[in-house]
Design a protein around this ligand. Structure first.
Ligand SMILES: Nc1ncnc2c1ncn2[C@@H]1O[C@H](COP(=O)(O)OP(=O)(O)OP(=O)(O)O)[C@@H](O)[C@H]1O
Ligand SMILES: [Mg+2]
Length: 289
């Protein structure tokens, strides 16, 4: 299935070949560091810059992107994987240029997908993302087989950490496991809930560990300040980018979005010549980490 030779160049609102979707996942070792809020607000910010995005809730079992938006999806990813519904019945249209693929919450057996489900998901997504500039994947925390397989599937991997030692240790752990399991060496880092100084120190520590023990360096994508406005936005079930568009955290997220957009522009040639998603490796078992 070729997605890179499309002759239709008029599919997205940024005027870019729809075969040039960039997939980006946000992952963390430790839970609760801010992945879902970053995914949502980065998505809205990229959308405001003229990009078209699909934001996918990959926290299978504990989904909450919809909760941050105050939405109650009738159908979700799991229904789509079951083959009973069409993608257009599942997608939530949040704003022009931003759609969400919700997941379900509280269904433990779906937390780990088997190979058939992964293959089905890959095929569905490959078809679905053609008209988008970006596919953003909000992953669950930790190193489960499904999380790692989804992270491998994406072109850009953003590891989110906070300056807390536990977050740093767990961030290193997920990089190490991805590297050991799949040989992956390219990771971007965002330090959340940190001043510029704390973020620089945190990145330096993580980068040194990777350099010394794994033999490769990380890309510093930036940081997001600790911003109490976010708590109010969450309580109001309104994304921060809409609740307080000029607050410090959103200003920082704008810098990240600009860097992600530049990455897409600079790598357009390479990106349009390769698939936005890597196929799941056959036989990658769910607990084999
Ligand atoms: N930059 C920030 N400033 C202040 N608080 C923040 C910031 N980022 C995240 N938080 C706090 O962390 C909470 C958890 O955020 P979020 O749900 O996005 O984390 P998560 O990594 O997706 O969690 P999980 O691992 O459970 O999916 C938010 O509700 C908010 O209170
Ligand atoms: Mg989350």
């Amino acid at each position: 299935m070729s997605d890179s030779t499309s002759e239709n160049n008029a599919g997205s609102n940024s005027g870019i070949n729809p075969g040039s979707t960039v997939s980006l996942c946000i992952m963390s070792g430790k839970g609760g560091v801010g992945k879902t809020n970053l995914a949502l607000n980065l998505g809205l910010t990229l959308r405001d810059m003229g990009h078209k995005l699909l934001l996918m809730d990959c926290d299978l079992g504990l989904a909450n992107l919809d909760v941050l938006l105050g939405l109650t999806p009738e159908k979700n990813l799991q229904d789509l994987l079951g083959g009973e519904v069409r993608p257009e019945d599942v997608l939530l249209h949040v704003e022009d240029g931003l759609d969400i693929l919700p997941a379900s919450s509280g269904v433990p057996e779906l937390v780990e997908m088997d190979q058939n489900q992964r293959d089905g998901l890959f095929e569905t997504l490959t078809e679905l993302i053609k008209e988008y500039d970006f596919l953003l994947l909000d992953l669950g925390a930790g190193i489960s087989g499904t999380v790692l397989a989804l992270a491998r599937m994406a072109q850009m991997r953003v590891v989110l950490v906070t300056p807390e030692p536990t977050s740093l240790t767990d961030g290193y752990a997920i990089i190490k496991v991805m590297h050991a399991k799949y040989g992956v060496r390219d990771f971007c880092v965002v330090v959340n809930q940190a001043t510029a100084k704390e973020a620089a120190e945190t990145f330096q520590r993580l980068n040194m560990a990777c350099k010394n023990f794994l033999g490769f360096e990380l890309v510093n994508l930036g940081h997001v300040r600790l911003d109490r406005t976010l708590t109010q936005a969450v309580i109001n079930q309104t994304p921060l980018a809409r609740f307080a568009p000029e607050c410090p955290a959103i200003k920082d997220i704008r810098v990240l979005a600009e860097r992600v957009s530049v990455y897409r522009r600079q790598n357009m040639e390479a990106i349009s010549g390769r698939k936005a998603l890597k196929e799941f490796l056959p036989g990658a078992t769910s607990r084999n980490t």
